[in-house]
Design a protein around this ligand. Structure first.
Ligand code: 6PG
Length: 486
């Protein structure tokens, strides 16, 4: 065994442990540290036994066990624990050493840390790591961004341990400066939320409006996974639908409480969309849908008070199922269009100069949203690197032209059958509003001007000229001095 390690991992929860084992299995020697040494020892004598793993009981020892420049991957909980660990490590680091935060940190924290550490010549990287525990062990999708000088020294390790796309390309590339890696991971999670919500809505429609038995529904999802919808989440859905509880013999899904949890990355995505003024409504709806699901007691009480229509079964169940499949595809395109629109806005806001096609490629393997569909997104951005909206790409425009009617039908059926489909509905609203040349926002502007003299622009004058009307003939002519028309 080498007496100096190639890389260190600090934080030995399951993700950290699995990344260590992944790195070690690819020929790297890994130094490991955990806040409580008992955990480090348990790992070194358990899953790490007999492997090229160097346990350290203190951060000083960890730093001492590394080749220069030091490469240290932090696998601790996002937030204060990252700052604490950085603070403990700093006295033992030298200029040119590399710190990589592999947690789900908020990108603005990563920007702050990158800037503070950059002043000390410590190269900071915020790396999105996706794929859960299995991904960490066998190959995650890795999204590193930060100080570009860190890329060369970490590139080989990162690309070796990452997942490989079906064509063998590593699902890891340099994203861009400061917080861009963590932003891209956050966006991945926002899209993950909308993908999951839309799959759940599709399943819910089918189980309420058709009479397919559970196994037939599982077969249907399995078949859908051989279409444009082919994806990891679709694959696990059919497996989930089949799973029986050994104790009761019931389907496990039927035993699970309908109250969804969340750790916050979807919420951050929605917040960022609001901050940047981008209409990522379907992603936000997916977050709100989880919030509403969590209000279980309220929902149960309301179900006894608030009426809805009787739920008729679909006439042509096979035909309806195909409409739901097409609707899911159309809604998915809309949600990804929103995600990439947000990414583009962030890239512009923070001067990241992101390559959207490469990002789509990085998501083809290892991560939760991995899907065949991402190849089409890559193609769209390869044809036009500054595509304003994925829906404008000829391939996706054509796909939407073919599937939009199904999305409409399905949303209408859901509305008439008391089935809430917030993500489907919001995707349809996004599609229609985005292609509308004249929205009712003129009335909003008029109301703002009427009650607050906020002014408006006119269709018959050039942009940037603002007007005010004395709507109530009150004699007021002055417009507000502040222009709120943003
Ligand atoms: C991944 C996942 C992961 C996330 C879980 C849970 O890419 O491996 O996105 O980072 O922690 O999906 O997220 P929620 O608890 O918010 O659903």
């Amino acid at each position: 065994m080498k007496n100096k390690a190639d890389i260190a991992v600090a934080g030995l929860a399951v993700m950290g442990e699995n990344l260590v084992l992944n790195m070690e299995s690819k020929g790297f020697t890994v130094a490991v540290y955990n806040r409580t040494y008992a955990r480090t020892e348990a790992f070194a004598n358990g899953r790490g036994k007999g492997k090229n793993i160097l346990p350290a009981s203190t951060v000083a020892e960890l730093c001492d066990r590394l080749e220069r420049p030091r490469r240290i991957m932090l696998m601790v909980k996002a937030g204060a624990p990252v700052d604490e660990l950085i603070g403990q490590l700093l006295p033992h680091l030298e200029q040119g050493d590399i710190l990589i935060d592999g947690g789900n940190s908020f990108f603005k924290d990563t920007m702050r840390r990158a800037s503070e550490l950059g002043k000390k010549e410590i190269l900071y990287v915020g790396a999105g790591v996706s794929g859960g525990e299995e991904g960490a062990l066998h190959g995650p999708s890795l999204m590193p961004g930060g100080d570009i000088r860190a890329w060369e020294p970490i590139r080989t390790i990162f690309r070796t341990i990452s997942a490989k796309a079906p064509d063998g390309t590593p699902c890891c590339d340099w994203i861009g400066p400061d917080g861009s890696g963590h932003f891209v991971k956050m966006l991945h999670n926002g899209i993950e939320y909308s993908d999951m919500q839309m799959i759940a809505e599709a399943w819910n429609l089918l189980r309420h409006l058709c009479s397919f038995p559970p196994e037939a529904l599982a077969d249907l999802f399995e078949a859908w996974n051989r279409t444009e919808l082919e994806s990891y989440l679709m694959e696990i859905t059919s497996a989930i639908l089949r799973k029986k509880d050994p104790g009761t013999g019931a389907y496990v899904l039927d035993l699970i409480l309908d109250s969804a949890g969340q750790k916050g990355t979807g919420k951050w995505t929605a917040e960022c969309a609001l901050d940047l003024g981008m209409p990522a409504a379907t992603i936000a709806e997916a977050v709100f849908a989880r919030c509403l699901s969590a209000l279980r007691e309220e929902r149960l009480a309301a179900s006894k008070i608030l009426p809805g229509p009787a739920v008729p079964k679909a006439q042509d169940e096979k035909g309806f199922a195909e409409s739901v499949r097409r609707a899911l595809y159309a809604a998915k395109i809309c949600a990804y269009a929103q995600g990439f629109q947000l990414l583009r806005a962030a890239s512009r806001e923070y001067n990241w100069n992101l390559n959207y096609g490469d990002i789509a490629l990085m998501w083809r393997g290892g991560c939760i949203i991995r899907a065949k569909f991402l190849d089409d997104i890559k193609r769209a951005f390869a044809a036009n690197g500054d595509l304003a909206n994925l829906m404008f790409d000829p391939f996706f425009a054509d796909a939407l032209a073919k599937a939009q009617e199904s999305l409409r039908k399905v949303v209408a059926s859901a509305a008439m059958s008391e089935i809430a489909v917030p993500a489907f509905s919001s995707a349809l609203a996004y599609y229609d509003a985005s292609r509308s040349g004249r929205l009712p926002a003129n009335l909003i502007q008029a109301m703002r001007d009427c009650f607050g003299a906020h002014t408006y622009e006119r269709v018959d004058r050039k942009r940037g000229e603002f007007f005010h009307t004395d709507w109530m003939d009150s004699g007021s002519v002055s417009a507000t001095s502040t222009n709120y028309n943003r």
